[in-house]
Design a protein around this ligand. Sequence first.
Ligand code: AP5
Length: 211
Amino acid sequence: MNLVLMGPPGAGKGTQGEILSKRLGIDTISTGVMLRNAIKEQTEVGKLAEGYINEGKLVPDDVIVAIVKDRLAKPDCEKGFILDGFPRTTAQAEALTASGVKIDKVLSLEVDDDVIVERLSSRRECSKCGAPYSVLFNKPAVEGKCDKCGGELIRRADDNPETIKNRLNVYHEQTEPIKDYYAKAGLLVTASGADKVEDTTKNVLAALGIE
Ligand code: AP5
């Protein structure tokens, strides 16, 4: 399956993407993780992206489209993939369509803004592999350590109140309209992401028609 996961910041795209990745045996491609790795390594893309991300703005379309096209051309994507956080603008959605990559479904996780603010304020992530945790809702087995790789859990630079507000505004203005784009193409399905993680997974699997 070639799947796009969309939804507001903190909707649970990363969390559900991990679960689906294991269940379907295909990789998750997260543009947010790729950009944060690029910042860590201080590559050209990382240096360019850092300011945008820290202010909660989107990285320019041409930069992100080039990174994703490159990644989708890798052989492991032939068996399917889960795109998390891309496309995020109409221009990105159009570029993906124009690239000829076939998308089977676009799943939008629906969560209200007030829930998002609580989630992102309590979120932690692994400094090594990027896996998402929460000090309130999704605690690791050992405090401060990643269950998957043992890496240190940290707070993301863009999870502060002002940046969270900006990211939500950007989502509503620039990303939400692409739901219409995919609804017209007959690819959009929605699932509530407001329930507990396990219940959200059930919603997601039902929306995707996976038993
Ligand atoms: P990105 O990394 O994609 O961030 P985001 O979309 O803001 O989403 P998040 O990663 O914050 O949240 P999520 O939906 O994955 O939720 P998670 O599972 O972590 O992008 C970051 C930045 O990079 C952007 O702002 C932009 O600048 C740039 N960028 C990326 N892609 C781009 C693109 N295509 N174009 C341009 N710029 C781009 O969950 C959140 C928290 O809630 C966690 O703590 C988790 O444990 C908890 N949680 C999850 N599910 C539940 C649940 N059901 N109940 C309770 N808690 C839950």
